[in-house]
Write a protein that binds this ligand. Structure first.
Ligand code: A2P
Length: 347
């Protein structure tokens, strides 16, 4: 008899939380019981799952009793507040926030890249940052053939990365501007409709923002390669839910665009979108709602003999967050790693 699991979604009412619900249903994850958890703001709200309406509960000390798996997407401070409680109650936590990603005790997993890392979990597995997930899925297959020395990334990140409220805000601001009214920024520091701005996460002494440093540090951890050089410029753009990235890769020796194309056309989680005649390449509207990372415009970098340029788009809520988390959960089920553990000790 196959096992089924008692699952809780922490942050069920958010943009990623709702996508988790959809994916658990559409991918037929073996669920014995599903608990929806959020703040007391949304307690009592009902969300549909498999033809039923499930009631959202306020997260509490006893919320994780008799839960095997927690899919957490309620922000870093909420994860920090509840992950240890969940693990001590016997659950495995797949955490979408940045709270535990760089903790050496916590595997940081992209199933297409480093599924083996999940086996070392001590109760918490971290889901990487969305931009890092999308980029690593696209470049890992190339790195397998010829190691990448250096990555230069520029991101064009949608509003969804800042949550459901931020997505609404872009629409409200667009309406306001079209009606000749002042757009009111709330979730973001500046108006995003008809505008863009460098990612507003905190800046370090070197002038890099947190989001950019996530791409640097998380890529190294996922690739298991502390020497790979990564630099990024992250920008928020007025797109609702899929991120885009311009990636420049430097290898030891030249990497023919044709071989990169061939590798990526067969790579797990990647879809090559290149119609040079029609000038049709990945676009956020075509990536939205899709599981794969769309990759195209693969070309030789004319400024460097060992350089390769590519362009990608991926659904930030799906592969950049909820889908990657559900794939990790499926991996745990497949490898029989979902037994619950009280071994994680927060430091
Ligand atoms: P709530 O709807 O009760 O605020 P998003 O990233 O789309 O903004 O969603 C964030 C998710 O995290 C929501 O489900 C939100 O619930 C939840 N959340 C935010 N803060 C807390 C908290 N302190 N405790 C529990 N859930 C929280």
């Amino acid at each position: 008899m196959s096992r089924s699991y008692r699952v809780a979604i922490l942050g069920a009412t958010g943009a990623v939380g709702r996508e988790l619900l959809t994916l658990l249903e559409s991918r037929n994850f073996p669920i014995a019981d599903l608990k929806l958890l959020a703040s007391n703001r949304s307690a009592g709200q009902r969300l549909p799952f498999k033809g039923e309406n499930l009631t959202v509960e306020t997260v509490s000390n006893s919320a994780f009793d008799n839960v095997d798996l927690v899919l957490a997407s309620a922000g870093g401070s909420t994860s920090k507040a509840w992950a240890t409680t969940a693990v001590e109650a016997g659950a495995v936590v797949i955490d979408n926030s940045s709270a535990f990603r760089m903790d050496p005790q916590v595997p940081l997993v992209v199933p297409e890249v480093n599924p083996q890392a999940a086996a070392n979990h001590k109760g918490i597995i971290a889901n990487p940052n969305c931009t890092t997930i999308l980029m690593t899925v696209a470049i890992w297959p190339l790195h397998q053939l010829k190691p990448i020395k250096r990555i230069i990334a520029a991101t064009y990140q949608s509003a969804s990365g800042a949550g459901a409220q931020a997505m609404e805000e872009v629409k409200t601001q667009a309406r306001a501007i079209l009606d000749g009214r002042e757009p009111k920024p709330e979730a973001f520091p500046y108006p995003l409709a008809f505008n863009l701005f460098p990612h507003n996460s905190p800046l370090n002494e070197q002038g890099y923002c947190e989001e950019e440093m996530k791409m640097v540090n998380e890529t190294r951890k996922i690739f298991g390669d502390q020497d790979i050089r990564v630099t990024a410029t992250c920008v928020r753009v007025p797109v609702l839910r899929a991120h885009s990235e311009a990636i420049n890769l430097e290898f030891e020796t030249p990497f023919a665009p044709e071989s990169a194309r061939k590798i990526l056309s067969q790579a797990a989680g990647v879809k090559l979108v290149e119609d040079w005649q029609a000038n049709h390449f990945p676009m956020p509207i075509e990536a939205s709602g899709r599981d794969e990372v769309l990759v195209g415009r693969i070309r030789q970098d004319i400024s460097h003999p060992c350089g390769l340029e590519l362009w990608l788009c991926g659904d930030q809520i799906r592969k950049g967050a909820a889908l990657n988390a559900v794939q990790i959960a499926e991996l745990l089920v497949e490898k029989n790693l979902l037994k619950g553990s009280a071994a994680y000790v927060s430091r």
